[in-house]
Write a protein that binds this ligand. Sequence first.
Ligand SMILES: Cc1cc2nc3c(=O)[nH]c(=O)nc-3n(C[C@H](O)[C@H](O)[C@H](O)COP(=O)(O)O)c2cc1C
Length: 202
Amino acid sequence: MADDNKILGLPPFVVDFTQTDKVVTEDHPRLRRPMIVGADIPEAPFPIRMAGEVQHGFKRGSRELGCHTANLPDDALEPMTSTVKTGIYFGYAQVHPECPNGTAAHLPSEDYQVWPMVMSIGWNPFYKNEKLTAEVHLIHKFAEDFYGHKMSVVVLGYIRPELDYTTKEALIQDIQTDIKVALNSLNREAYQEYAKDSLFKL
Ligand SMILES: Cc1cc2nc3c(=O)[nH]c(=O)nc-3n(C[C@H](O)[C@H](O)[C@H](O)COP(=O)(O)O)c2cc1C
């Protein structure tokens, strides 16, 4: 799958935003996106580890995009902001039962496992945020919201830059592709090792 684009004679990462930095799916289609990213072994600066209590965001992820996101607090972002650019990343994350400053949600034990994740770190150009945020989408259906719970994140690779979109549907479509790219990319031995990272409680 990694060589898909090469077979077609296209460069390895082909995203057509040469004409405009807005992505218009209907009349200005993006060319093929690679469905797997990164080398077969995570390369520096990865893994990047972060942890913090889940914050409330604007809740557009769940209400508008069909994609729940758990925001990390500002003071947890330094390991990413000091090493990498804004964009969409993948790796693993775990929600912990501890809820230091609130009332813990009663989640089933499987919700506390380590799950694959995609995350966006940046300014959400589609929504024109004025503050940098890190939003993690754990690829698992949780029984309920878990604001205030501790969350640990191990970032293993970069997927793509943050983009602006002319339609919400185009953003939703790209997030769904990001999820597939993350699962494909994690489906390699050297990445799966990090599901047992010492940051996680197993
Ligand atoms: C995998 C993933 C990819 C995303 N890609 C973009 C993007 O390219 N451009 C953008 O403006 N926002 C992007 N977002 C951020 C969403 O716009 C954001 O999560 C949403 O606004 C929810 O934020 P809220 O819960 O604080 O409202 C992405 C989010 C995720 C989880």
